[in-house]
Ligand binder design. Structure first.
Ligand code: NAD
Length: 262
């Protein structure tokens, strides 16, 4: 296979994307679908799930809260019917969590952030690994964040959960490498979209500056002075599942225009 051919994502991959009905997960789901993969997504938002399935016929979906183990079990029942096996798990589910000083963070919000961002990746990984062990081209992609490399003032629950994702990625890469399963994390920076608009608005309110000034502050932290897009993240996910990435595992790769600090 030539180098150029090895850069093409494999057609026919069986791919599960968690929280894949909108945002980054939907971009990843559509990218794999366009590349000829069979894609199943799960999400907590029924309306968003219906919109995706209508917009991209062939993609299948399940309603599930990724942080609830019994919901995850039901997703794997569906995956057995729709994909009949699994080559790629994209562990994408994650929420922004609360913004504010540590002494004001409610214990319930802390626990919810850890549950959706970390526990969900464990629930999906433990069910996916037996299927990945039977795949010819197995890959697990964990969605981290640059907050899991830099830390993030006023968003400690989120940053803590995302540092844990890097630890999980490194550990699973060591555990599963001898069986040919590659495990990598993608660490997006600030991604254009509704979620980032909400985070910037919350941060502006918490620190008493205007939303426009806060957006400018965010851009000034990025060497390229622009936010990344969900499609930039999807492109890396496709690359990580291509033959060209066959020797990449245990890596936490940033897509962030070089975010210098948060
Ligand atoms: P988003 O807020 O746009 O949500 C994407 C989807 O997640 C939605 O369809 C939502 O319904 C679903 N979802 C939320 N909670 C869920 C749950 N408990 N179970 C199942 N589905 C659930 O998210 P996004 O911005 O696309 O982020 C996706 C991933 O990328 C997350 O892990 C996030 O932490 C990470 N990330 C995002 C950014 C960013 O700037 N947007 C930056 C770095 C990392």
């Amino acid at each position: 296979m030539s180098i150029v051919e090895s850069l093409r994502p494999c057609a026919g991959l069986r791919v599960l994307v968690t929280a894949g009905a909108s945002g980054i997960g939907a971009s990843i789901a559509r990218a794999f679908h366009d590349a000829g993969s069979q894609v199943h997504v799960c999400d907590i938002d029924r309306a968003a799930l219906d919109r995706l399935v209508v917009a991209a016929p062939g993609i299948t979906g399940s309603m599930a809260d990724a942080s609830v183990a019994t919901d995850v079990d039901l997703v794997f029942d569906d995956v057995q019917g729709t994909l009949g096996g699994l080559d790629v798990l994209v562990n994408n589910a994650g929420i922004a969590g609360p913004t504010g000083p540590i002494e004001g963070i409610d214990a319930g919000e802390w626990e919810r952030t850890i549950a959706v961002n970390l526990n969900s990746q464990y629930y999906f990984a433990r069910r996916a690994v037996p299927l990945l062990k039977r795949s010819e081209v197995p890959s697990l992609i964990a969605m981290g964040s640059v907050a899991g490399r830099l830390g993030y003032a006023y968003r400690t629950p989120y940053a803590s959960s995302k540092w844990a994702i890097v630890g999980m990625t490194k550990s699973l890469a060591i555990e599963l490498g001898p069986q040919g399963i590659r495990v990598n994390a993608i660490l997006p920076g600030t991604v254009e979209g509704d979620r980032m608009r909400g985070v910037i608005a919350a941060r502006a309110a918490a620190t008493g500056v205007s939303v426009d000034a806060m957006r400018e502050q965010y851009l000034n932290k990025i060497s390229l002075r622009r936010m990344v897009t969900a499609d930039d993240v999807a492109a890396l996910a496709l690359f990580l599942c291509s033959p060209a990435a066959r020797n990449l595992t245990g890596q936490a790769i940033s897509v962030d225009g070089n975010l210098e600090y948060l």
